[in-house]
Design a protein. Structure first.
Length: 201
């Protein structure tokens, strides 16, 4: 988002069209791994409440809600649960690929809802990844994976660190730029406008 613009009802979306503030709500197009996937809510008596990914949409099954806030909270929770599950299916493959290429071995990884970080790497080689990575294109997810794996070798952002990143991903600067441009959009799905734009890695 440009520095001088203020959050209003209208803003530019990830895809560049003008639309309302981004949130998980009926009819919203969600950028699942960079694909445009509509979110559909089915309210029905005696539903098993859950979110599913079908061939054409993210489908939320709910009991009829008491009020709009109740429905909003449930849609948020179920969607987040689904995104975490989907990211858990994708992430191990990306980690394996870049861990094999680089030779950098991580111990464990976890997916978390985080306000100010896309990922982190502990001194023991434990990695954390932001749930919001389910809403970025795979090449952006790959950049975060590469970035955190390189911290296993270099626990800082020195020129040696960036050389390691560049070896694994020569065009990593494009991914950094994409994140700067889009991270507020991604965070707004999880935090509304509470999210700060300065996500660290
Ligand atoms: Zn970093």
């Amino acid at each position: 988002m440009p520095k001088n613009s203020t959050p209003t009802q209208e803003k530019k979306s990830v895809t560049g069209d003008k639309k309302k503030i981004l949130a998980f709500r009926p009819g919203e197009i969600v950028p699942l791994f960079g694909m445009q996937v509509p979110l559909v809510v089915n309210e029905k008596l005696r539903s098993r409440e859950r979110a599913l990914l079908t061939k054409s949409c993210i489908q939320i099954h709910l009991e009829p809600s008491k009020n709009a806030n109740d429905a909003k909270r449930k849609i948020q929770n179920h969607t987040e649960k689904l995104l975490k599950k989907l990211l858990n299916e994708v992430l191990p493959h990306r980690l394996k690929k870049y861990s094999e290429i680089s030779g950098f071995q991580f111990k464990t990884y976890r997916i978390k809802k985080m306000k100010s970080r896309w990922g982190s790497c502990s001194s023991l080689g434990n990695l954390n990844f932001n749930i919001g990575l389910a809403l970025v294109p795979i090449q952006i997810l790959d950049y975060i994976v590469v970035h955190e794996l390189c911290h296993i070798k270099e626990a800082n952002h020195s020129s040696r660190f960036w050389k390691e990143v560049e070896l694994l991903m020569p065009n990593y600067r494009q991914a950094k730029h994409w994140l700067r441009e889009n991270e507020l959009d991604i965070l707004s799905y999880f935090y509304g406008w509470q999210g700060k734009a300065l996500t660290k890695l």
